[in-house]
Write a protein of this length. Structure first.
Length: 325
């Protein structure tokens, strides 16, 4: 009970800010006119919802996805045409450095410059025991969820630093702080996003570039269906010796059972829009978004204090003060 009470006290200030950003319906107060945004993984889920939402708020959006000859791309284009939204569909496969370079170059040609905002949103999950995750699954998870982010960051950072402005938003998760059995391969990719993003934030804070990490909870999106498909393929090729003894964790792999989740998936695009609209120099380093609780809040606070204590007397001390104030 004491631990729970301490958690509630510690987390409250963060919950208020995140909750207001996520759940507010006063989107008319957010104006993204003049902003240019590139978002990955825009075919479904938070990416699709976000691309349309940011455009409705006035932004010029480059919505990227693998294979643009697909119904999802056509649907977004139809919405943009009907609502007169400034959305451009560009092909980017985050698993391919060549595709990333070509896609960013195409976006730059459309926009006339590197976008103001990069949203690294493309991501996957493959669940089950850590032992069951073979090389194919491991490479796919890390290449999509972390290497893909890095490829996009490297493509935009030189121009952002040169003009001394830019905002990179990286999608993390509550699983980037909290470790769940059965997610022992997904959690490490999100832990890596947290570490890479915060390190990058320190490195570029004095160069005019800001980093935001979105710690999202579970929402009802296509992410879960995709997760089951990836996991089913893994299970089909898994040797019995790597599954025996894990009980329900192994039995449910790729079973198609999707958790019943409440909440409005639009919470996440709304929270991101608030982060984008924040004044230069005041973008949040982390945004917690959830339809229920924020179990990572206390961890965020402890790590923040640890980082400040550990690095305050280093050359990055000033950057830390900027980020954490």
């Amino acid at each position: 009970m004491l631990i729970a009470a301490a958690f509630a006290t510690c987390a409250n200030s963060q919950l208020i800010a995140a909750g207001n950003a996520a759940n507010s319906n006063d989107t008319h107060k957010i104006d993204l006119t003049g902003k240019t945004i590139l978002i990955t993984g825009a075919a479904t889920g938070f990416g699709r919802l976000g691309a349309i939402h940011y455009a409705r708020l006035g932004a010029k959006v480059i919505a990227t996805m693998r294979n643009i000859i697909r119904p999802e791309a056509a649907e977004i284009s139809d919405i943009a045409k009907n609502e007169k939204l400034d959305i451009h569909i560009v092909e980017i496969d985050v698993l391919s450095e060549h595709s990333v370079q070509n896609g960013v170059a195409q976006a730059e040609k459309i926009l006339g410059a590197i976008p103001d905002v990069l949203i690294n949103n493309a991501g996957i999950a493959i669940v089950g025991p850590v032992e069951a995750q073979d090389l194919q699954a491991s490479k796919l998870a890390f290449d999509t969820n972390i290497i893909g982010y890095q490829l996009l960051q490297r493509a935009v950072l030189p121009a952002m630093r040169k003009r001394r402005s830019g905002h990179i938003i990286n999608m993390s998760s509550q699983s980037g702080r909290i470790i769940y059995p059965g997610l022992g391969h997904y959690c490490p990719t999100k832990f890596a996003v947290e570490a890479m993003s915060e390190a990058l934030a320190y490195e570029v804070a004095l160069q005019g570039v800001e980093i935001s990490i979105i710690q999202a909870g579970g929402y009802p999106t296509e992410f879960w269906r995709n997760r089951e498909q990836y996991t089913a393929k893994l299970k089909q090729r898994s040797a019995t010796e790597h599954l025996d003894g894990y009980g329900a964790m192994a039995d449910l792999m790729g079973s198609g059972r999707i958790p019943k989740l409440n909440g409005d998936p639009m919470d996440v695009p709304r929270a991101i829009a608030h982060a984008i609209a924040a004044p230069a120099g005041r973008k949040p380093l982390r945004v917690m978004v959830s339809s229920s609780n924020h179990p990572q809040a206390q961890i965020n606070d402890i790590i923040k204090e640890t980082q400040l204590s550990f690095l305050q007397k280093t050359p990055y001390g000033n950057a830390l003060k900027i980020l954490h104030n």
